[in-house]
Design a protein around this ligand. Sequence first.
Ligand SMILES: Nc1nc2c(c(=O)[nH]1)N[C@H]1C(S)=C(S)[C@@H](COP(=O)(O)OP(=O)(O)OC[C@H]3O[C@@H](n4cnc5c(N)ncnc54)[C@H](O)[C@@H]3O)O[C@H]1N2
Ligand code: MOO
Length: 425
Amino acid sequence: MSDTLNDCFKSPGALLRLDDALDMLAARLFPVVDTEDLPLTKAAGRILAAPVCATVANPRFDNAAMDGFCARAADLNADGPTSLAAVGRIAAGSAAEEPIAQGTAARIFTGAPLPPGADVVAMQEDCTAHPSLDAPQTVTFPAGLSVGNFVRRAGDDFSTGATVLSPGRRLRPQDVAMAAAAGHATVTVFKRLKAGVLSTGDEIVEPGHPLGPAQIYGSNRYGLMAALAALGAEVTDLGHLPDRRDATEAALAAAGRSQDVIVTSGGVSVGGEDHVVDAVRALGEVHVWRMAVKPGKPTTLGTVGRAAFIGLPGYPVSSLATFMMVARPVVLRLSGALAEPLFPGAFPLPAGFSFAKKHRRRQFVRASIDRAGGTPVVRLYPSQEPHVLSSMIASDGLVDLREDCTGVAEGDMVDFIPYSSILPA
Ligand SMILES: Nc1nc2c(c(=O)[nH]1)N[C@H]1C(S)=C(S)[C@@H](COP(=O)(O)OP(=O)(O)OC[C@H]3O[C@@H](n4cnc5c(N)ncnc54)[C@H](O)[C@@H]3O)O[C@H]1N2
Ligand code: MOO
């Protein structure tokens, strides 16, 4: 077959570039969800809607970084050991009542506040306590300790009033920990985006049910629901639609009243049984139909009722890959995750493959990182066909080949995007 005949991107008119689609989404889409206050135990994975400011500094006070002894640095010899009387014992959670007297040391434990006047801590392993570490009367410090040795300074991490978390970020474990450290029992987050998912196609049967001769199990709706859940959406399974215009329109109209976003799979191409795009046109508006992206050419964006509409292609790889590149940005914007980049970050890595690519379309190819030879290289999955779902199981991510790229030679640097940086596990 000639290259022209075998070109699934032979299409009249210019198709929308992915970057132009992303610019359009960034300019036009805003959070559509209300906010709510949640306890920290329920906040992980949610999107912060208001800044978190510190009610205290961290560290709150100068404190010991190690178990040992504290003293005034001015009392210690720079070039030899120094013996001081050991007076007092300060454990974490208690504070010395008196400033440390000149020429004395105090036993101190990790996290305990330094007594006023003390400005140096020595690890107990570097000190000699007499008669014992448990009941010291004198302590000998090593030479060479200076002001601030093993002292955690107040405000070294953040000061009171500092904005420690900005809105628009998805709360990771470290963010939840930060809100707690800053003194907050609750955080203000966006409510979950309501996402409804529909699949289409007369050949599709739900897993677990018997198959007719020309039927296959539907996988897209399950993959898309999992992807939406990973982005924190409140997902509703709206079920499966036959290839009928009336049924498609009725289901979309209902979804347009109850959902913030509708995601469909299949029925967006040019076949006589592809009813989704016409149904969306009849009910609302189609803003984008067909993009210069492979996989994902028939991807459709629009509105139905109060909901944003995202129509993804039916091929299993196409539906998931276009979710990652096109639907994910829509979901991020609508759900308030404005701090997350619309396009996932790529790592430049040398290609361990060669690949011929068509000019003027963006292409994402499934690949893995091979570290066997020491220096990581990217290896292409042997089949890039859109029905080969196993390619997404056996690969680690996507290589992003931009419109101007006409091919990759072994050793060329390519942009690799791990699946893990697109969708949280
Ligand atoms: N003449 C043309 N034909 C096609 C074009 C084109 O430009 N001109 N585009 C091709 C491209 S690219 C894609 S991608 C597909 C997408 O078409 P649809 O979105 O309408 O998808 P369907 O035709 O409904 O299905 C395609 C394929 O995927 C299977 N499928 C569908 N739904 C599921 C599901 N839920 N789970 C598993 N597999 C599913 C379906 O059986 C088909 O094999 O169109 C090309 N055609
Ligand atoms: O562009 Mo379609 O999404 O190959 O497979």
